[in-house]
Every structure is written in C-alpha cells, then in structure tokens.
Design a protein around this ligand. Sequence first.
Ligand SMILES: NC(=O)C1=CN([C@@H]2O[C@H](COP(=O)(O)OP(=O)(O)OC[C@H]3O[C@@H](n4cnc5c(N)ncnc54)[C@H](OP(=O)(O)O)[C@@H]3O)[C@@H](O)[C@H]2O)C=CC1
Ligand SMILES: O=C1OC[C@@H](O)[C@H](O)[C@H]1O
Length: 384
Amino acid sequence: MLSRLYKILNPPSPTESDRVDPQKRVNFGCLGAAQITPGCIVNPSRTHPSVVLYAVAARDAKRAQEFAKEHGFSKSYGGPTGYQDLIDDPEVDVVYNPLPNGLHFEWTMKALKGGKHVLLEKPATNTAAEAAQIFALAECNNLVVLEAFHYRFHPAIQRVKAILDSKELGEIKHVSAILTAPAGTAPEGDIRWSYELGGGSTMDPGCYTVNVLRYLTSSNPTAVLTAKAVPYSSRPEHKQVDKMFWATLSLEPEIIGELHSNLDEPKLFGVIPRMPKLSATIQCEKGTVEIFNFLVPSYYHYITVSPSGGRRRTEKAYTFKGTAKGEDWWTTYRYQLEAFVDKIQGRTPQTWIEPQDTIDNMKWIEAIYEKDGFGSRPTSKYIC
Ligand SMILES: NC(=O)C1=CN([C@@H]2O[C@H](COP(=O)(O)OP(=O)(O)OC[C@H]3O[C@@H](n4cnc5c(N)ncnc54)[C@H](OP(=O)(O)O)[C@@H]3O)[C@@H](O)[C@H]2O)C=CC1
Ligand SMILES: O=C1OC[C@@H](O)[C@H](O)[C@H]1O
C-alpha cells in the first residue's frame, strides 16, 4: 500500500520508448485554473505518452500565467476573452471543462462549435435537456464528449459490477450509496453553494450516488419515492441549495435504492472532523456486497462479499485481470484519461460512458430535486 501511495504521488516518468509519434500527441486546453485540474489532468498526463499540457485559460491573465508555470502548460490565455481564445487556438485538440456546473453547458457548446473534443466535469450540466443538446451537437460534429465520472474507469467498481452481474448472489434487492465530506471541504463562497452556478449536494457528491446506483443495477429508476434535502443556510440565496439530501428510488425489478450525500458533515463535538463516508452496499437475494471508497479507490478500498450463510471474503482490485492497460498506482483519473485518449484516437476504450447514461443521470438528479422541492438548477442563458 505504501509503495502504491508513493507511486501515486511520484509516478515514474515515461521512458523514451513510451513517447509517441508527435503526430499522435493530443494537446489539452483547460478552461479555468480550477482546483480539480491538477488531479484530473496534470498529474495523469505525466505518465500518458500522448497527452500534452498545451494551454490553460483563466479569467485573470496573471492567474493563468502562474497556473501554467506551476503545472507545466506551454501557453496561457487570460482576461475576458481568454476561454474563447483557448477554444479558437487551432493547436488545441481537447478542451477540459472544469468550470462551475452552471457554465458547463455554455462552454462545452462553444468548444464543440470550435471543433474540439471535450472532457466535461461532472455533473455534465444543470439539466438533462442541456446534456441532450450537447451530445446532439457532438454527434453532428463527429466529436467526443465524456462526462468525467472517473470512478467508473477504475477496476474496483467494475469488479463490484462483475460480481453482481455474475449472479453469484442472485438478484439485487437493495442498493445504498453514501458520500459525505467534512464541513469546510466546500468553504463559504465555494461554487458548490451557488444556485446560479449549479451548486448543491445532490449535484456535487450526490451525482455520484445517482450514478453508482444506475451503474450497478444496469438500469434507471422508475420513480423517486421519497426525497428530503436541507438547505446550506437559512439565507434566501440558499433556499434551493442543499447541503445534504436523502432519497429513496424504485428500480425494476423490485429494487430499492437509498441515496445520501452530505457536503457539510459537522465536526464531532464541534472540533473533530469526521472521516468521509464513501461506500456502496448492495443487498442481493443470497448475500451482500459492499465497497468502501468507490470514489477514489486507488488510494485504498475494499470489497466485501458476504454470501448468506457462507464464508465472507474481501477483494481488492487495483488493476484489471487480463490485457487491459493499467498499473496499481493509476488513479481513477489516470484510467479515465487512458480511455478518453483511446476514444478520440479511434481505439476501443476499456470502458465508456455513453451519452444516454449522462442524460439519464441528469434526469434523475432533477427528479430528486423536484421531489424534495428544491427544484432543478437554472437553465443556461446561453443561446446557441
Ligand atoms: N472529478 C472530480 O473528482 C471532481 C470534479 N469536480 C468538478 O469540477 C468542477 C470545478 O470544481 P473545482 O475545481 O472544485 O472548482 P473551482 O472553483 O476550483 O474551479 C472552477 C473554475 O471555474 C472558473 N470560473 C468561471 N466562472 C466562474 C464563476 N462565475 N465563479 C467561480 N468560478 C468561475 C474559475 O476559473 P478562473 O481560474 O478562470 O477564475 C475556477 O477556477 C465542478 O464541476 C465540480 O463538480 C470538482 C472536484 C472533484
Ligand atoms: O467530484 C467531487 O468529488 C468529491 C467531492 O467531495 C467534491 O466536492 C466533488 O466535486
């Protein structure tokens, strides 16, 4: 485990023989100097032979320059036209969009219009209708868009799904998924607390709980049976911004899903931060499977399989069995980058998230918000 953690933080550099033909290099252009960019793109790119950190754009030109220097981007764009200038740069092949959720639609549409593939942060958009528009344009322009549900590319969650699909434990009856983050993870003023920018707990950690429920059951809910949410504060601007939510959904055939996320878990006795909860538990006819840390399993995870009346076993899956690419220290983001580049270069990725999957995920996030009374996040004002 220590060796794996060391390599996650200090990945080996590609050797000369790993380097690809310059024609096959993929120039990434990142919108915003976002907190997630180092984890999602910069670090994984260090061990991807084709990915080039080409450009970053930020609203403030100095910030863009500093970010470029710190992380090794060759170019920076800044100021009010910076994002569009990056999209217009003919050397950019892929746009990475980690802007606030409420800006995902506008800037993904602009990138697609500019002829760029897009790696789009989760949740894809504020509404399912916007997600559908994005994929319609991508298809029309023959471009790739991937919603960055990075955990789906890691062997751990795929192993859980394989156990369920094998029917070793019979049919799924109940799934619970929970993600919590300690108070302070998203401080006051964070994009996650802005309704206009598409914030809220159901949108942020909650979108993974909806996704993992749909992924593991290979199906969509049929209804939101119950949903409750708690606003971030009593201030009027937070009336529709949930800091936590619970929802119960029904799925065919006779499956119940229970979801919970809390983006503001209070400290124990007001002083001790609580450990994040990051698990999914699946009860089947003949036993239970639990995965601890389905979100970022490369650091540490375990999968416990408990057949009713049988012997309990624990599994770990840091690499795929067989020929699929990967190293035990690859993060979810590194696996995702591999698949994304495979896709845009015409190879078959190890796995993929299809457009309808993304559209359906947004649909059920909206359905939860409708049921708990917080309402969908606002539709973008951007006119295509
Ligand atoms: N895949 C994952 O594991 C994670 C994904 N995410 C997703 O990534 C996205 C960004 O999250 P995160 O990196 O934490 O957020 P940040 O606040 O760090 O980044 C958002 C960026 O958006 C830009 N921006 C443009 N307009 C605005 C505006 N009006 N208000 C605020 N920022 C603006 C800013 O760029 P500029 O530099 O130009 O000012 C900023 O750097 C979200 O969609 C989130 O859900 C977040 C964390 C983890
Ligand atoms: O994508 C994410 O994963 C972990 C969460 O705590 C974070 O807020 C979110 O944006």
